[in-house]
Design a binder for this molecule. Structure first.
Ligand SMILES: CC(C)(COP(=O)(O)OP(=O)(O)OC[C@H]1O[C@@H](n2cnc3c(N)ncnc32)[C@H](O)[C@@H]1OP(=O)(O)O)[C@@H](O)C(=O)NCCC(=O)NCCS
Length: 146
């Protein structure tokens, strides 16, 4: 069945809050996600197969820049192109909002996420040692050219 991308609502959040850590990702804290969804500077998208939520992604906008806060695909739906679809839609959204730059931080050991970001033109601009528990965060950016 086709995957549909739409803006993430609080009702979408309520649908997945109890399975966030088990079926999506173990780092995620539901209170922070709820706060983010209520923040006017945040933009979140959700991927649905029918009525089931299979992924979500979001960013924070500051002036003409966006920082990707997360992109998470339900474990049983990974490696099927849904992460790519969400990232493509996030980039399109930044374009529509007339932003000039997208940045993000990713664990240097998160090889498939790094692969995904590079595929969409993100490049490494720096690193922060011990940003995550035992590993370094890579900082990446993508300039939006119109
Ligand atoms: C990162 C994540 C969002 C990717 O979502 P996804 O739906 O699996 O992504 P896609 O299927 O669109 O693409 C995955 C790509 O990674 C590649 N890949 C998979 N495992 C890989 C690995 N170990 N090393 C390098 N590339 C890898 C796949 O081949 C695919 O590449 P392709 O599009 O060139 O064929 C997903 O794995 C996830 O939710 N991870 C946990 C949360 C997370 O770490 N998010 C990033 C935080 S910054």
């Amino acid at each position: 069945m086709e995957i549909q991308i739409s803006e993430m609502s609080i009702s979408d959040f309520n649908d997945i809050k109890d399975i966030l850590t088990t079926e999506f990702d173990n780092f995620w804290n539901e209170n922070i996600l709820e706060e983010e969804l209520n923040s006017p500077s945040s933009k979140y998208l959700v991927a649905k197969q029918g009525t089931q939520i299979v992924g979500f992604a979001g960013l924070k906008v500051v002036i003409d820049e966006a920082d990707i806060m997360n992109i998470v695909i339900k474990k049983s739906y990974r490696n099927q192109g849904i992460g790519s679809l969400l990232l493509k839609n996030l980039i399109n959204l930044c374009n529509k909002l007339n932003l000039n730059l997208i940045t993000l931080e990713v664990d240097e050991k998160n090889y498939n996420a790094i692969h995904l970001y590079k595929k969409f033109g993100f490049e490494k601009i720096g690193a922060r040692k011990n940003y995550y528990k035992d590993s370094t965060a890579i900082i990446m950016k993508k300039e939006i050219k119109r």
